[in-house]
Design a protein around this ligand. Structure first.
Ligand SMILES: [Zn+2]
Length: 203
């Protein structure tokens, strides 16, 4: 099979609070809630993106440049996915008749998105598809970032600078930051609080 370098948007949707959530004693209930939330995320992201795989508490997806109509579509998709996540978390919690810690902690879960534009190679082995390349490595490194520490946010979107430029999106609504990674150097990032955005949309 030909392994051609392609360019497109790489998206990682990561449920935060997961680690502390499943560390609790009621693992079965925690796993069930997370599975339902992940299913909802995948269902919505699937409208525009190709899902690569589940990575524990995260969904990794991409869309090739030629399938990306304009930047508003990406922003709307993230808004919709975040909204669906929060709505489902809320209803899961409301339906939970169980007093266990896992069920009671559902509202503490939040969702972050990391979005980067770059190159990748699609690798297919025995019917299993995966993406490879430096930009794929970078987006996974970006999952470990200083956003929560510097802003206190748990639900947010982080675009790399080159991604926003590629999208020709307005940088004004974002806070500019930077992350530094070994072997990858300095990465300019733009972050937005999705939690606040969701509350504003609900008004
Ligand atoms: Zn429970």
């Amino acid at each position: 099979m030909e392994r051609k370098t392609q360019t497109g948007y790489l998206v990682l949707a990561d449920i935060s609070g997961y680690t502390s959530f499943v560390a609790r004693t009621e693992i079965e209930h925690a796993e069930k809630a997370i599975s339902i939330l992940l299913e909802n995320i995948i269902e919505r992201l699937d409208d525009l993106l190709s899902i690569v795989k589940l990575e524990g508490d995260a969904v990794f997806a991409y869309v090739p440049d030629e399938q990306m109509p304009n930047c508003n579509v990406m922003l709307e998709l993230l808004d919709n996915t975040y909204g669906l996540f929060r709505d489902s978390a809320r209803s899961l919690h409301a339906q939970a008749t169980c007093p266990c810690k896992a069920c009671q902690a559902i509202p503490a879960l939040d969702l972050k998105f990391l979005v980067h534009h770059g190159e990748y190679i699609i690798q297919q082995v025995a019917g299993i598809k995966d993406l490879m390349g430096n930009d794929v490595t970078l987006i996974h490194r970006l999952a470990k970032n200083s956003v929560s520490e510097s802003t206190g946010w748990n639900g947010y979107v982080l675009f790399t600078g080159n991604c926003l430029e590629r999208m020709q999106a307005d940088k004004k609504p974002f806070i500019q930051q930077a992350e530094t990674y070994e072997h990858l150097g300095n990465v300019e990032t733009y972050v937005m609080n999705m939690h606040v955005r969701y509350d504003e949309m609900k008004k």
